[in-house]
Design a protein around this ligand. Structure first.
Ligand SMILES: [Zn+2]
Length: 363
């Protein structure tokens, strides 16, 4: 039921509190915006009258907000789903980054299962990394999409994720597998870099133009509120030339990968200024990059070998050691099982413009 007359709110609240049966007159019935069933709409002309008695007693409403995954799959595309509950049966290591009006927006795919089935869910930006494999979560305010004939869910700006108790009736062992390709690890150094850094208002989500991070405050160009500089979330990505024994490779380092790296190295201050991060990446360091389907999924500093050699001056690396080092750097994980219907993922077209607009919030 949807109420379009604010003055009726108190009447309904009162009736709810007293558990009073009511009779509504002058209502209209419309096809539900939730994709199935009907909405009863109350307007200004609607009359709400408490009635004396009904032939049945008061019942608590069911928690109807939660949809089973089978119900979600039966819905039309681009429908809102108020909540789903599922166990995480797959978390994609590689993310997709799409450019939208000068800012980069990142998405990650995961799979959820309940007793009715499994579904893919795409997590955007700050929600990336929030789902852990094997745990059960309730996700609110998600939306249905279709890609290559398969229904999936996508998060919105209003999505909240909450870990909940495990669902009953699921196998203890998670059988679900997705083939995501080999992880290739490469070592090398960065010979050229460009870091793009953008900031978003935490109140209205607008990307900021002319962000002045050296000051203490910044005024959002859209909502006009002056806020502490720290209130504006940085989003970063870097294009680098990566050079090593493999040759030369142009790579893009996604926001989530860079953020995990600077957090681990306690270098979060580098995100204040693009050039600071650029100079850090260029400063004679070897990096180990893990790639999957040509997307960087992790980066780390290579421990400096020269230090080890200096402390053991009489030890020299012979050919067999070099081979060991080489083998060690190609840490390959092969997942062989395949699941029908999920082969089409991780293609750039998987992300539609509407999702980007929803998350970009560029008005
Ligand atoms: Zn704002």
């Amino acid at each position: 039921m949807a109420i379009f007359a604010a003055e009726k709110h108190t009447t309904f609240k009162q009736a709810e509190k007293n558990k009073s049966p009511v009779k509504l007159s002058n209502v209209s019935k419309r096809v539900s915006s939730q994709g199935e069933g009907y909405d009863v709409q109350c307007g200004r002309a609607t009359e709400v009258n408490v009635v004396e008695r009904l032939p049945f007693s008061f019942k608590q409403p069911l928690d109807s907000g939660i949809r089973s995954l089978a119900e979600v799959k039966a819905m039309a595309p681009k429908q809102q789903v108020s909540a789903v509950v599922g166990r995480v049966v797959h978390v994609s290591q590689c993310t997709e980054t799409v450019e939208f009006q000068g800012a980069s927006i990142e998405a990650q795919s995961c799979y959820l299962e309940d007793t009715s089935g499994t579904i893919k869910i795409q997590l955007w930006e700050s929600l990336i990394g929030k789902l852990d494999f094997g745990r059960t979560y309730k996700l609110t305010n998600v939306s249905t999409r279709v890609f290559a004939g398969s229904m999936y869910l996508t998060t919105s700006r209003r999505t909240e994720i909450q870990q909940v108790a495990p669902l009953h009736g699921l196998n203890d062992v998670i059988q679900f597998r997705v083939d995501e390709g080999q992880v290739v690890v490469m070592e090398g150094s960065i010979t050229s870099v460009e870091v793009a850094l953008s900031h978003r208002c935490s109140r209205c989500n607008a990307w900021q133009q002319d962000f002045e991070k050296r000051g203490k405050f910044h005024r959002c160009f859209r909502c006009k509120r002056l806020q502490l500089v720290e209130a504006f979330q940085p989003t970063v990505n870097a294009s680098v030339t990566f050079v090593g024994e493999f040759g030369e490779k142009e790579l893009t380092l996604p926001n989530s990968v860079i953020k995990r790296y600077v957090q681990k190295e306690s270098l979060s201050a580098l995100l204040n200024e693009a050039q600071d991060l650029e100079e850090h990446l260029m400063t004679n360091m070897a990096f180990r990059m893990s790639l999957q389907c040509d997307v960087v999924i992790a980066m780390e500093r290579v421990p400096e070998r020269s230090v080890v050699q200096d402390t053991h001056p009489h030890e020299h690396i012979d050919a067999s050691d070099e081979e060991l080092v080489a083998v060690d750097t190609v840490d390959v994980v092969v997942v062989t099982d395949r699941v029908e219907g999920v082969n089409a993922e991780h293609k750039p077209e998987d992300v539609d413009v509407e999702d980007v607009e929803t998350h970009g919030s560029l008005v």
